[in-house]
Write a protein of this length. Structure first.
Length: 254
């Protein structure tokens, strides 16, 4: 897969109302960083079918999306994700996936009915994802939309397996950072000259709240092209040295 754009969708009213802490965002960002990638966006949304459908459609409209979706694939009345995925990404129907049905019946026997067996109703063309904890299958569509349980112990091994399969080779990200003793606005002229292929960020900080003149700004420049990253960073250091602005630097690749 070339240049995937990764997204996380965390579905659960219980996270937004603080009944449960999210564990997915931190895990996914670290798992991607280990391969030299990052999330393009992460969404935490409530269990609202219309909102889930619209969020899925938005993600699907992005260039080369890969989605990790957590939650809502169970059999209770508030588990909407299977149906929403079918509406957003297929024709809306939920035919019985025979392999999923067989797994659920084998695992639960008569207890699979009348509720748990509903988890075998999946969007057309769904492929199963192995659940390492209880065998209850998750599913994917088009090898780019991955729908997993909300339980981290189930979904996180799935994420690791998916990432290793999609991006087996780590790509190096060359990053250069500095902290300058100046206001962020001082460097806007340089920021405006950054190539669009270069990722850069500026983080201002007031060192002393009692001294409104004690501003500093951290600049980060990164690219998968080592030469481009170095040249872009040099634009900042040249400017700072020209105007005799004090700064410290830290260079690294990951």
């Amino acid at each position: 897969m070339s240049s995937p754009h990764f997204f996380a969708l965390i579905i659960g009213t219980e996270i937004l109302n603080r009944r449960r802490e999210d564990a997915h965002f931190d895990f996914v960002t670290k798992a991607l960083a280990a391969k030299g990638y990052k999330l393009s966006a992460s969404f935490i949304i409530e269990d609202d079918p219309a909102l889930i459908v619209q969020t899925l459609k938005f993600i699907a409209s992005q260039p080369n999306p890969v989605l990790f979706s957590f939650g809502g694939i169970g059999s209770t009345p508030d588990d909407y994700t299977r149906k929403c995925a079918a509406i957003a990404l297929r024709d809306g129907s939920l035919p019985v996936h025979e392999e999923a049905k067989e797994i659920i019946e084998k695992k639960l026997g008569e207890k699979a009915y009348p509720h748990s067996i509903k988890m075998a109703q999946l969007p057309k063309g769904a492929s199963l994802l192995y659940n390492p904890v209880n065998d209850m299958p998750a599913f994917s569509l088009d090898e780019r939309y991955f729908f997993m349980p909300g339980f981290p112990e189930m979904s996180h091994p799935m994420v690791e397996e998916i990432i290793n399969r999609l991006v087996p080779t780590k790509r190096v990200y060359y990053r250069h950072t500095l902290t300058a003793q100046t206001k962020e606005s001082t460097l806007i002229k340089v920021m405006e000259q950054m190539p669009k292929e270069v990722e850069f960020s500026s983080l201002p900080k007031l060192k002393d709240e009692a001294d409104l003149a004690s501003w500093e700004v951290s600049i980060s420049v990164a690219s998968h092209d080592e030469i481009q990253a170095r040249q872009a960073f040099k634009m900042f250091t040249d400017y700072l040295e020209l105007y005799k602005i004090t700064y410290t630097r830290e260079d690294r690749s990951n």
